[in-house]
Design a protein around this ligand. Structure first.
Ligand SMILES: NC(=O)C1=CN([C@@H]2O[C@H](COP(=O)(O)OP(=O)(O)OC[C@H]3O[C@@H](n4cnc5c(N)ncnc54)[C@H](O)[C@@H]3O)[C@@H](O)[C@H]2O)C=CC1
Ligand SMILES: CC(=O)C(C)=O
Length: 258
């Protein structure tokens, strides 16, 4: 099979979906990997309607190391090889430090930090076997560059992902494997809707006012679309980015949390 192959976790909706759809336009075969079978199948079916055979869907929880390794094996079995692994799946909850629930903190760290760790391990294992390098891209966040009130566990997980990615980049460079991250600010997805709704609830304002307050902080004057993020990821997997590793790219429209 001559086309390149990419796994995108959390691609049943939002940013992951936009990345998958964009990479198909760049002639990638894509693995739509998500915990939600219904959305994963819908995205895969939608892609195959336009470019038959370019997508397959896989159901997994990225918090399970075995499931992530099995995913890579299944994708290589189905498509022949692996070129790109995008650790996009992530979850968030919004609460005060004092009220943050231990079970929610544990689950968030399991999905965001360990899930990314397993993705890097599984992808690097396969890339080393193939012997001709590879690209690993991780979803970090503006909240992983600057801490954010009511997002303490989430923010901590995204700082961890950037540290993990930098370390992996140094270690894997000699195998021709690059590791980079994208750091979105505000992207209009179901996750962001939840964040604004819950933040508004805690602050005692309406979600619309919360959203407007956030947008007012963006120098470019608008939130990002999932496609804005997909543009950057497309660059990071391209030939033009072959000499970039250990970086994380802010996609925040000039926003800084206050
Ligand atoms: N939307 C935003 O404003 C920002 C998002 N991000 C990050 O970008 C990534 C994607 O975010 P969105 O598209 O906004 O989120 P979303 O919630 O809209 O979509 C996330 C997808 O990941 C899947 N998923 C969740 N847990 C999973 C698990 N354990 N295993 C496999 N799949 C799982 C969900 O089913 C869903 O399809 C996340 O890592 C998020 O933290 C970073 C900065 C800003
Ligand atoms: C969801 C997220 O990462 C932000 C910065 O809001």
């Amino acid at each position: 099979m001559s086309n390149k192959v990419a796994i995108i976790t959390g691609s049943g909706r939002g940013i992951g979906r936009a990345i998958a759809e964009r990479l198909v336009k760049e002639n990638y075969h894509v693995a739509i990997a998500d915990i939600d079978e219904v959305t994963a199948k819908a995205v895969s079916d939608g892609i195959n309607k336009v470019r038959n055979g370019f997508a397959k869907y896989y159901v997994l929880d990225v918090a399970s190391r075995q499931s992530v390794f099995d995913l890579v094996d299944r994708v290589v079995n189905d498509f022949g090889r692996l070129d790109v692994f995008i650790n996009n799946a992530g979850i968030a909850f919004i609460d005060t430090i004092v009220a943050s629930d231990p079970d929610k903190i544990e689950r968030l760290f399991d999905v965001n930090i360990k899930g990314t760790f397993w993705g890097i391990q599984a992808a690097a294992t396969q890339f080393k076997k193939q012997g001709d390098g590879g690209r690993i891209i991780n979803a970090a966040s503006l909240a992983g560059v600057e801490g954010s009130a009511l997002q303490s566990a989430y923010s901590a997980s995204k700082f961890a992902i950037r540290g993990l990615g930098q370390s992996a980049a140094k270690e894997l460079a000699s195998d021709g494997i690059t590791v980079n991250a994208y750091d979105p600010g505000i992207v209009l997805t179901p996750l962001r809707d939840y964040i604004d709704e819950r933040t508004a609830q805690i602050k005692g304002i309406t979600p619309a006012v919360q959203r407007q307050n956030v947008v007012n902080e963006i120098a470019l004057g608008r939130p990002a679309s999932p496609e804005d993020v997909a543009d950057v990821v497309t660059f990071l997997v391209s030939e033009s980015a072959k000499y970039i590793t250990g970086q994380s790219i802010l996609i925040d429209g000039g926003m800084r949390f206050h």
